[in-house]
Structures are given as structure tokens and as C-alpha cells.
Write a protein that binds this ligand. Structure first.
Ligand code: PBG
Length: 329
């Protein structure tokens, strides 16, 4: 057959035709910037394994959220890097702990221009580095940990966090936090459930960013990378427990799980493009092995195409700037 009847290439012929045929678009409003705020530093410090990402001081974090808001990014997700850690992660529930202080300062700085969200997990605050408290057998105690999460939730909500990112993967955490918030008058504070959070090697650079002390792994609470159905089950459980948003994390290697969750969820589905996904592209680009901008755009676009409504990405601000430039042309 030398004259095909069907010619999909017709719609690829010019930039204008391709624009009309585009199925997925990135918008600054679909992006959230994760931000690290370090206790006791007067200036931002570089993170060796995440070139371009900083451990912020309170001052530099203020500038960073203003810049994010100006670029049209919808929110920030805050992580605290405390100076002192202990067995139960006391810093997490101390109103003067770094994460809660940063939340107050940044919420006051940006007002309604952007949504201030907080990571709700104990790993940055415990001296053993686990996401929860340990029982006498040395294992993470689910129910005692959930109790700590409810305490954390109230302090974070009281500090002005509008969305609590529950990333600890304890059973029953969403229902318990929802109930604690409602009982204390925080019924407007939203819960973002990191539902399908896998025990991933791609969190490697993040452990550097928060100076994690973990010796061991998180496989007794995070999901096995081999399991697809289980990720969907966790998301459905969190929806039933009252989550406002569910998340799949990491994003790039879990697009199948993301697509499954997006097909079944009746609430927003977000995805977290994690530290390792960031650092791999940065490292390859620094070697001149890939086109940095195209790889960054393609990686985030693919996450949206698979079904994410919103993407948490360390490139959020730069990506938003590129999109804004394109639209201005
Ligand atoms: C837990 C948490 C982690 C990340 C976000 N929240 C680390 C972990 O579970 O080991 C990783 C994010 C990233 O790698 O960018 N507080």
C-alpha cells in the first residue's frame, strides 16, 4: 500500500497544528515547590546531592516563597531540618520547632498568594531517623506514632499550615488526624495523604537534604516497589478515611500506580517527583548527556499525562518561569 488512508502525521506538520493536537499541558498552577528550612542558619546552604536546591534560612525561605508565588506556583511543601533530635521527635510538636516557626513566618509572608503546606512525619525530628516512635522491641509502633501525628497536626494547623502532608505511612493516620483536627476546631485544614508511598532508593538525596540519621530502611511501613494493587488499596483506604487529596510517590517510576489511582479516585490526585528523580536529570545534564530543559519538561509532563492533577517538583519555580515565558511569546 503506497497511499495510506490514515495519516496521523497530518496533525504533526507545524507548531500550530501540534499545539492544537496537544492533550496535556503544564501550568504553573499545577506545581508545588518542596522547601527545606534549616534551624540555626543565617543563610541558605547548598545540598551537595541536589545541585540548585538549598537548605533555607528563614530569610532565604521568605524570598523563595515570594519568588514561587510570583511565578504562579500554587503552593510550597515545607520540611524542617532541626538542630536537635530525640527518640520521640519532640521538635515536631514544639511550636518553636523549626518547621512550625517556618510555617508561621511563611504563611504571614505570602498570605493567600500561595498555599503553605507542611510535611507531617517524624523522620526529620527523631534521633533514630524513623518516621515514628519505636516500641520496646525496637520496631516502629504504629498506634503510638499515630498519636504523635495527631499532636503534630494540631501544632501545624495552629501555625498556619493549610494542607498537612501525611507522609509517614502508618495505618489509620488519616482518620486519626482528621478527627483530631475537627475536634480542635481545624475542620478547614486539609489532609494530603501520601497514600502510595514506596520504599524507594530515589529518596537518597532527600536524606542528605534533611541530614537524616536513619540507619536501616523504611520497608516495614513504606510500600514494596513490586506492588501495584497495594498502592491503589492504600489510596482507596485514605479516601475512605477522609483524605482531601491522595498522592503517589515517587512519581516517575510509578506512573502505572498513578494512572490506576487517577482512574479510581474521586478526589484530587497529586504526585511527588522526588529528590532522586531531580538529581539524576541534573547529574546527566551537568555531564552534557541530556538536554536539561527538555528532560525536565518531559519528566513533569509525563507525570501529568499519567493522571496527576498537581506535581510536587524541585523544579517548580524554574518550570513555571519557562511556561510563563512561552505564554508571553
Ligand atoms: C518523609 C519524607 C521523605 C520524602 C518526603 N517526605 C523521605 C522518606 O520517606 O524517606 C522524600 C522526598 C524526596 O526524596 O524528595 N518525611
Amino acid at each position: 500500500m503506497n497511499n495510506p488512508l490514515i495519516r496521523p502525521r497530518r496533525l504533526r506538520a507545524t507548531p500550530a497544528l501540534r499545539r492544537l493536537a496537544t492533550e496535556t499541558r503544564l501550568h504553573p498552577g499545577d506545581l508545588v515547590l518542596p522547601l527545606f528550612v534549616r534551624e540555626g542558619t543565617a543563610q541558605a546552604l547548598p545540598i551537595a546531592s541536589m545541585p540548585g536546591v538549598m537548605q533555607h534560612s528563614l530569610d532565604s525561605a521568605r524570598r523563595a516563597v515570594v519568588e514561587a508565588a510570583e511565578a504562579g506556583v500554587s503552593g510550597v511543601m515545607l520540611f524542617g531540618v532541626p538542630e536537635k533530635r530525640d527518640a520521640i521527635g519532640s521538635g515536631a510538636t514544639d511550636p518553636d520547632g523549626i518547621l512550625n516557626v517556618a510555617t508561621r513566618v511563611l504563611a504571614a509572608e505570602v498570605g493567600d498568594a500561595l498555599v503553605v503546606q507542611t510535611d507531617l512525619c517524624l523522620d526529620e525530628f527523631t534521633d533514630h531517623g524513623h518516621c515514628g516512635v519505636l516500641g520496646s522491641d525496637g520496631r516502629v509502633d504504629n498506634d503510638a506514632t499515630v498519636k504523635r501525628y495527631t499532636e503534630m497536626a494540631l501544632v501545624q494547623a495552629g501555625s498556619g499550615s493549610q494542607v498537612l502532608g501525611l507522609s509517614g505511612m502508618m495505618d489509620g493516620q488519616v482518620a486519626a488526624v482528621r478527627e483530631a483536627l475537627d475536634d480542635d476546631g481545624y475542620s478547614d485544614t486539609a489532609v494530603l495523604a501520601y497514600s502510595a508511598k514506596y520504599a524507594s532508593a530515589f529518596y537518597g538525596p532527600f536524606r542528605d537534604a534533611v541530614e537524616s540519621t536513619l540507619d536501616g530502611d523504611r520497608r516495614s511501613y513504606q510500600l514494596d516497589p513490586a506492588n501495584r494493587r497495594e498502592g491503589v488499596r492504600e489510596a482507596l483506604l485514605d479516601i475512605a478515611e477522609g483524605a482531601d487529596v491522595v498522592m503517589v510517590k515517587p512519581a516517575g517510576s510509578y506512573l502505572d500506580v498513578l494512572a490506576d489511582v487517577a482512574a479510581l479516585s474521586d478526589i484530587p490526585v497529586w504526585a511527588y517527583q522526588v529528590s532522586g528523580e531531580y538529581s539524576m536529570i541534573e547529574a546527566a545534564a551537568a555531564q552534557g548527556w541530556i538536554d536539561r530543559r527538555r528532560a525536565v519538561e518531559e519528566s513533569v509532563l509525563s507525570i501529568k499525562r499519567a493522571g496527576a492533577d498537581v506535581v510536587l517538583s524541585y523544579w517548580a519555580v524554574e518550570l513555571a518561569t519557562w511556561i510563563n515565558e512561552k505564554e508571553a511569546r
